[in-house]
Design a protein around this ligand. Sequence first.
Ligand code: ZN
Ligand code: ZN
Length: 95
Amino acid sequence: MCRATKLCCFRCLRWFEKAESEECEVCGDWKCVNCSSCLCDLTTREKKIAISYMATYENLLKELTDKSYDFKRHRRVLEQIGVKRDHLVRASVKS
Ligand SMILES: [Zn+2]
Ligand SMILES: [Zn+2]
């Protein structure tokens, strides 16, 4: 689970409340309440950037809080960018 309650939109860079936003059934992301962007609105190259940053911070949170994030929700995006879910969890933080 994404533990952030406020998310920064990667398109308009405005902050929005996760609780007020809708989940996209296609990409598993939360739609920005300001511009309604989700991962679907990004190019393949941009999706790689978004997912790599997500992986970086979710691995850090796993180290700090021991709660893991399941990238399964983004499986269609992962297929598109050609990365396996397991690859996104660093071996040293796997439980
Ligand atoms: Zn936005
Ligand atoms: Zn989407």
